[in-house]
Design a protein around this ligand. Structure first.
Ligand code: MN3
Length: 242
């Protein structure tokens, strides 16, 4: 990257880090623009773990294609879609809050870029489980942690075609589970499910077909072995304070 562009990018990231929580449009979702909801990275961000890190639950070949082909394409197409427009250099949270007014290219590729960034961060091995605070909130909303997992699994299994299932803190401050089609997410003003996302699973066939073929439920069951609860707990803490 040339120096001028580099400093421009760093300047935007730094500025975005100090944006306080805001309510965007009619979306009523508060998110700090300093995380992955902030200004798009100037370069395609690295995968936070090795391709084989989630074996045997998610295989290395699937991870490689998913990250290096699918996710990279969303990133590149999104950057190209906003280049030279009023959206260039804007935080993703702000773009999503007005997504109903944007092109399909921005909606699909922006969603695809963000949702995968989010998904990688909520995957990993070795974390213990939901924090006490998050557990209490889950029990309050779903009755028990098992019932929450059941609701999440149902949302993931019954999403027709391609999409995502989410645990999110709704605008009413209750934990909710729902699914979204294609590359939509709860930060989008166009989405019937709105809130701050805490946990997600990609149920597009490209996320599991090499290993699980048509057995989406087996992939969803395996997913629980590689949830990075540390990330989910942190997101919950930030979301309730927001
Ligand atoms: Mn995917």
């Amino acid at each position: 990257m040339e120096r001028r562009k580099f400093f421009k990018a760093v300047g935007l990231v730094t500025a975005a880090a100090y944006v306080s929580p805001r309510i965007f449009g009619n979306n009523q979702v508060q998110v700090k623009a300093s995380g992955i909801e902030g200004v798009p990275a100037p370069e395609f961000p690295p995968l936070p773990f090795a391709y084989d890190a989630l074996e045997p639950y998610i295989d290395a070949r699937t991870m490689e294609i998913h990250y290096d082909k699918h996710h990279r394409a969303y990133y590149t197409n999104f950057i190209n879609a906003v280049k030279g427009t009023a959206l260039e250099g804007k935080p993703l949270s702000e773009i999503f809050s007005t997504i109903s007014k944007q092109t399909d290219a921005v909606r699909n590729n922006g969603g695809g870029y963000y949702n995968h960034l989010f998904f990688w961060k909520n995957l990993g091995k070795g974390s213990s489980g939901p924090s006490n605070d998050l557990s209490s909130a889950i029990v309050k909303s779903f009755g028990s942690v098992d019932k929450f997992k059941e609701a999440f699994n149902t949302a993931a299994k019954t999403r027709f075609g391609s999409g995502w299932a989410w645990l999110y803190l709704g605008t009413d401050k209750n934990l909710t589970v729902a699914s979204s089609p294609n590359q939509d997410n709860p930060l989008m003003d166009i989405s019937p499910v709105k809130g701050t996302p805490l946990l997600t699973i990609d149920v597009w066939e490209h996320a599991y077909y090499l290993k699980y073929q048509n057995k989406r439920p087996d992939y969803i069951d395996a997913f629980w072995n590689v949830v990075n609860w540390d990330e989910v707990n942190t997101r919950y803490q930030v979301a309730v304070k927001g």
